[in-house]
Design a protein around this ligand. Structure first.
Ligand code: CU
Length: 157
């Protein structure tokens, strides 16, 4: 059963229309590729502690075009790092540090793993390099701003 539109007060109708507009804007922010200015390439330096059987940190974020240096410090036994997609590898002796430098010219999520059989849980020694503009962050910020706007707007009388 439908309520006749006339029975809804103009104020409520305005509020509803405002909510619809906000919802559409929020969905657009999520769905559309944002024309974000890409940050200029930067030098990014990471120091990874590698010990059986994990990297610390295990997830690295860079922007496309960044010049990346990954230093890996083997804390117990020989460990290494092989970066999928970029086909790069480095190995560090126990207690030593070895470095890998490259330009992150491919965007995406790339797994890295230990190329040295370092023990029983060796296959689980993995990490991730994420290359790309951090659009999720921007979209999150945009949504937060929208939510704040909606809050202010709904308080307005
Ligand atoms: Cu290892």
């Amino acid at each position: 059963m439908n309520l006749p539109l006339q029975s809804v007060s103009p104020e409520r109708r305005r509020k509803f229309a405002g909510l619809v507009v906000l919802a559409i804007v929020a969905l657009s922010v999520l769905a559309l590729p944002l024309p974000l200015p890409s940050a200029p390439p930067a030098d990014r330096h990471f120091h990874l502690q590698a010990s059986s059987f994990a990297y610390q940190p295990a997830v690295l974020h860079v922007n496309r075009g960044d010049r990346v240096t990954i230093e890996i410090e083997a804390q117990d036994v020989v460990h290494g790092l092989y970066l999928d997609g970029y086909d790069l590898q480095v190995t560090a002796e126990p207690g030593r540090t070895a470095a890998l430098s490259f330009t992150a010219d491919r965007s995406g999520s790339f797994r890295f793993r230990c190329p040295v059989t370092c023990g029983p849980l060796h296959p689980f020694m993995i990490g991730q390099l994420k290359v790309g503009p951090n659009t999720l962050l921007w979209k999150g910020l945009a949504l937060a701003a929208l939510a704040a706007l909606a809050g202010v707007w709904s308080l307005r009388r």
